[in-house]
Design a protein around this ligand. Sequence first.
Ligand SMILES: [Fe+2]
Length: 197
Amino acid sequence: MNINYRKAIENEIGDIISRSDLPEDYAHARGVKEWVIKLRPDADWTLQLAAFAHDIERALSKKKVIRSEFSDYNEFKNAHALNSAKVIEEILDKYPFNRKVKNRILSLIRNHELGLTNDVDIAILKDADSLSFFEVNLLAYAERNDESEILSRMIWGYQRLSKRARQIVKEFHYENERLNEFLQRIVSLEEKKEKKN
Ligand SMILES: [Fe+2]
């Protein structure tokens, strides 16, 4: 794919995400891409673009999937991933794209929340997404939600991490002591579970 098209696509996606109502969305998109490169230094453009774009629907207030319309959190997350892929497909369709590359980007985005981790790139994307959640989004999330919601979101995020990524998150420290406490609680609970298995 022509390098100029790549830049144009990245700019178009970046413009949309930077206008999100959620102030942390742009930093998260960049953070996920950076984590992908840290976890997989040979990550190709396809994976890097999927990392940057994976949450795009959240930036579109008229199109985005609404949490309160789902009783199940995983169903909500899956609908969000599918909707993001739909938005990205509309953008990619404006460019002369190799169908295989396009389908790969869409598949990565569709599977970034709940996909099976026997696909190495999906596993990396999920780890990068959760690492950036703990690094960037959690602070903003904690300001908007009550403690039980924060704790259950942290548990959900921690449980989807690989062993390698859990080692990284374990070392995170927050200025908000409550978040440190929650994280320690989750880490020791999950370690107990790991020992049992
Ligand atoms: Fe994300």
